[in-house]
Write a protein of this length. Sequence first.
Length: 345
Amino acid sequence: MNRPLGRVEFGGPDLPPRRLRDILQDYVDGSPSGSRIDWVTYYFRDRALAEALMRAVDRGVRVQLVLERHPRREDANDQVIAMLRHHGLGGGLHLRSAEGRDGIEGHVHAKIYAFSSPDIAWVGSFNPSGDEPENPDVIAEIGDQDRGHNLLLGIERPGLTEALRRFIAGLAAPPRRGLIWRWSSYWSVGDGDTRLYFYPRVTNLVVEPRIALLGRSGRVRAAISHLKKGPLIKALVRAARHGAHVDLLVHDTQRRVSNKAMTALSESGVEIRRVVHPDGLPMHAKFILIERGKRRTAWLGSYNFNDKSRFHNIELLLASTNEELFETLSARFHVIGELSRGTMA
């Protein structure tokens, strides 16, 4: 058995609502004076969680938050931004937008929630994008991530948590004139069985070539929220045609997963199913499980496997051969499939 990597927590219709945001708030509320909190996220609408960050600053916690100013729903973060600006957040609020900062027209799409006491960094697919009372119009557009399928991995290895803090510090730093590719364009950090890949990066195809090499001894299972034309589909088609077993659970909307992609994959022998929930809850988890002989690798993060994530957005992708992580995600893949049985399109 590998040495422990951390703990995995899931959100979903089978679990208590707001479970993942409650975990984050527990860590914020438990952070003592003199400690630090370093976050980066895309959507942040949760006013109670924003108030918890402000209370943390007031009791002596150093908070650094990098937040997308103009997400796809442009006004989604406005209320929380107004609250944090009024408070000041001890100078720790850093707003980023897609208007070409650092020469890159991409969004801050990574989701990283790092704490120094205890030393843990949560990464994955979850945004604190819900609120109470809720705005039904916003949720109808962006999805209810407090109830839909999501995940966070709490990394507890100091080498990796420190790398994540350095990445956030780089995002919070003032822009450097003339910088076309970020300082992290070639950067990845490893610790034994686990490696972090930071985006945007020049060498941006890290999963797809591994899938494309699979044959009859290979297997791919993935819960993916976004899937359109591009290298991942080509790699999955190639693997299936060479005899690998490929099983995908994907989001139920055309905007995130096109029918054209569904058809191309299905005709190549890929088992692909849309996860449909009666309340329209999103399948927002993003993880891939790859088996090649006895080697098993889990991939997860904020990365959407599309051109925006590959070339423009600020993203995080994690790869690990940790046995416990692989087994945990494998079990969750089965649960998502079973929960959706009978409602899949």
